[in-house]
Design a protein around this ligand. Structure first.
Ligand SMILES: *Cc1c(COP(=O)(O)O)cnc(C)c1O
Length: 449
């Protein structure tokens, strides 16, 4: 008999609530501050930007918040519950006694986990009368996720896309257009901020910080329009908890307890979504070193958690947002143009930063070539091309599996495959040009019975 490699859940096993980590933290998170007065901002300061329910979620300390039925139904469209899959062929290729599991967020039709929050945000916006959502996108995953979510919930959508990506990565723009979104290269003529920049430099390549500023300016100046953010904030991480809640149930089903929980980190939302339900269990039980270890993996080139400082900083590079206490490289940090565009953020989510600061989550950094090499091994063994961002988690999992081989420990490793990489092949093409062939490096990828 052929053994299944996936642990699947039925539609009716889709979680009914999201998990909210702040409920289990021993003390409240440091609040966002007004940059001028350096005093905590009130929820009303956010009301022109976000719908009330999302602001309520942002500051909530309730442990579980119900997922509206309409959002649960829409999650089915995202192929939720997503399978937990065992990487048998990767294990055999590495000749490791470790068991490697991964959660398949790449199966979302938009290609990444980002739709989990996009759908929730679109739902609450529509319920509160918003007519149009505005956002920014760098590489395009967030814009794509929000475009589909807006369309599904009957909202219009405008995406300010960093001009360099708009020109170099036309395919995601096409997907956003297919979903009915209007995509504007940023800097643009549509905002005062954009017009000012273009007057000085007509061929300005743009940046995520500039696109955020344009999206915010546009949202604030247009009736019926609100802004949506794809990572960093508590409500975004809350919505992503559906990933880890499903995974917990899936591990229970097969009676397996993971020793390592791994995710890559840009702003922190897919890591948090996968890890926080497990972490919460640990915080509630008061167990010290017992239970899984949590590994947050960032790029060597944007080392906010491993080299940054834990302090109050702006969330955006135009310095228009409230101050957030987080690990940061400074809001004026200019990230190098690595292919993992989704990891090019100068900070890490405040809740994740607090956990790293307390030693509950271990942060590590992985180089770009090593991460692509991991992606190549994963593609050749498991058949799935990971997103360049996800490759950072794949790398950490492979390294732990190799360490397990040395120690002979039958470690259980679980990572979140945050997205698929079929629209990011330029990075892989470069890697194949620069790296030795897989066969030469490590022998053929043969599956041994
Ligand atoms: C955006 C993105 C990330 C990074 O964002 P987080 O908020 O840290 O999850 C990681 N992987 C993929 C596939 C992404 O699209």
């Amino acid at each position: 008999m052929v053994e299944p490699i996936r642990v699947v859940l039925d539609a009716d096993e889709l979680p009914k609530s999201w998990y909210n980590l702040p409920a289990d933290l021993p003390e409240p998170l440091p609040p966002p501050l007004d940059p001028e007065r350096r005093e905590p901002i009130g929820p009303e300061a956010l009301e022109p930007i976000f719908p009330k329910e999302l602001i309520r979620q942002e500051v909530s300390r309730e442990r579980f918040l119900p997922i509206p039925e309409e959002v649960r139904e829409a999650y089915l469209l995202l192929n939720r519950p997503s399978p937990l899959q065992r990487a048998h062929r990767l294990e055999r290729y590495l000749r490791t006694p470790a068991r490697i599991y991964f959660k398949r967020e790449d199966l979302s039709p938009t290609g990444s986990h980002k739709s989990n929050t996009a759908f929730a945000q679109a739902y609450y916006n529509r319920r509160e009368g918003t007519e149009r959502l505005v956002t920014e996108t760098g590489a395009g995953q967030w814009g794509t996720a929000l475009a589909l979510a807006a369309k599904q919930f009957g909202l219009a959508c405008t995406v300010f896309m960093v001009r360099a990506s708009y020109d170099q990565k036309p395919y995601r723009r096409v997907v956003m257009n297919l979903y009915g979104a209007e995509v504007t290269p940023s800097p643009s003529e549509r905002t005062e901020f954009g017009r000012g920049l273009l007057a000085r430099q007509p061929d300005h390549p743009g940046s995520l910080g500039i696109a955020i500023s344009e999206a915010l300016e546009h949202a604030l100046g247009s009736p019926g329009t609100k802004y949506a953010l794809g990572s960093v904030l508590n409500h975004v991480l809350l919505h992503q908890s559906v990933i880890g809640l499903e995974a917990q149930r899936q591990f229970e089903k097969i009676d397996v307890r993971p020793d390592y929980i791994i995710g890559c980190v840009g702003g922190g939302s897919n890591f948090a979504g996968f890890a926080y339900p497990f972490l919460g269990e640990r915080l509630r039980s008061g167990r010290g070193e017992d239970g899984p270890q949590f590994l947050a993996v960032e790029p060597v080139d944007i080392p906010s958690m491993t080299r940054g400082r834990y302090e109050y900083d702006f969330g955006d590079s135009a310095q228009r947002t409230p101050l957030l206490k987080m690990y940061t490289l400074g809001s004026s940090f200019v990230p190098s143009p690595i292919h993992a565009g989704g990891l090019r953020y100068h900070g890490a989510a405040p809740s994740l930063s607090a956990l790293v600061d307390r030693g509950l989550v271990r942060a590590i950094a992985v180089g770009e070539a090593e991460s692509f090499e991991a992606g190549r091994i994963f593609a050749a063994t498991e058949g799935i091309v990971p997103a360049p961002e996800s490759n950072h988690a794949v790398r950490a999992a492979i390294d732990l599996a190799i360490a397990a081989k040395r120690s002979g420990e039958p470690t259980t490793i679980a990572f979140n495959l945050s997205g698929g990489g079929l629209l990011d092949l330029a990075g892989y093409a470069e890697h194949l040009r620069d790296a030795p062939t897989l066969e030469a490096a490590a022998g053929p990828v043969a599956v041994r019975a």
